[in-house]
Design a binder for this molecule. Structure first.
Ligand code: ATP
Ligand code: MG
Length: 242
């Protein structure tokens, strides 16, 4: 259902040892949205993504997914609720082939859809089909990112988390990746929460966005509002391609 809250993060604090990386973060993602989280290096964006999966664990606050409190659930149970991620740095299996990487993403519940799901990934990223037997580690950066997203999609997620999908990629490849995310959202209604340093691209893609500074959300709004905001422009968009 459109407009229903899918992911609700409230007052989340996360620590590394005694150092607090998230200072009480509130973020909501509604069904069918693309939500972008932008912020400088070290702001805590990846920490928030990882906290959703319970590693590291939130020390305060709550994380609710589809109405269920997942704050203390074991990571594998969180994944079983159909939250999938493409983590920062992609983390594909370098010695496994493209096909084997995709197999790793499929959950046991989905084996009856396996061929269909692989075909869907190849329709979205035809480059991967051409490289079906190639080892992950020998793919280009852009192809690895496609594989990382493809592997996440094999879990048939209700929520896709993407940590810096555009990092280190040439503008044309970034466009292919962002187009694919838009397409998944538009045609399949997939809900997406993405972290990006490419603030311009992310806010153009997103329904709504949040700005994180030093472990705090300091601003939120529609993608359009944030793109037009003078503070956002000064901090994240000046000198960028816009
Ligand atoms: N495993 C860890 N142990 C200790 N401190 C950590 C660890 N991981 C992250 N931090 C610290 O937590 C803070 C937030 O880091 P995080 O990786 O979440 O930032 P980020 O917004 O994702 O940055 P970037 O844009 O560079 O990826 C930083 O100060 C970082 O040094
Ligand atoms: Mg990060």
């Amino acid at each position: 259902m459109a407009g229903t809250t899918l992911l609700d993060i409230k007052g989340v604090q996360t620590y590394y040892g005694n150092i607090r990386a998230l200072n009480g973060v509130d973020v909501t993602v509604k069904q069918g949205e693309i939500v972008a989280l932008i912020g400088a290096n070290g702001a805590g964006k990846s920490t928030l993504m990882m906290t959703i999966f319970g590693a590291p664990r939130a020390r305060a606050g709550t994380i609710t997914f589809a109405g269920i409190d997942i704050t203390q659930l074991p990571t594998h149970e969180i994944a079983r609720m159909r939250i999938a991620q493409s983590p920062e740095g992609r983390r594909i299996f370098p010695r496994m082939t493209v096909m084997e990487n995709l197999q790793m993403g499929a959950s046991l519940d989905n084996l009856q859809h396996y061929d269909e799901d692989v075909e869907k990934v190849f329709t979205l990223f035809p480059r991967l089909k051409e490289r079906i037997a190639q080892r992950g580690g020998t793919l280009s950066g852009g192809e690895q990112q496609m594989l990382s997203i493809g592997r996440a999609l094999m879990a048939r997620p209700k929520l896709l988390l993407l940590d810096e999908p555009s990092l280190g990629l040439a503008p044309l490849v970034v466009k292919q990746i962002f187009d694919a995310i838009r397409e998944l959202n538009r045609t399949q209604g997939l809900t997406v929460f993405l972290v990006e340093q490419n603030a311009f691209g992310a806010l153009k893609l997103a329904t709504r966005g949040y700005v994180m500074v030093n472990g705090n959300v300091t601003m939120s709004g529609t993608g359009k509002e944030l793109l037009a905001d003078p503070d956002v422009r000064a901090a994240y968009l000046e000198g960028g391609h816009h």
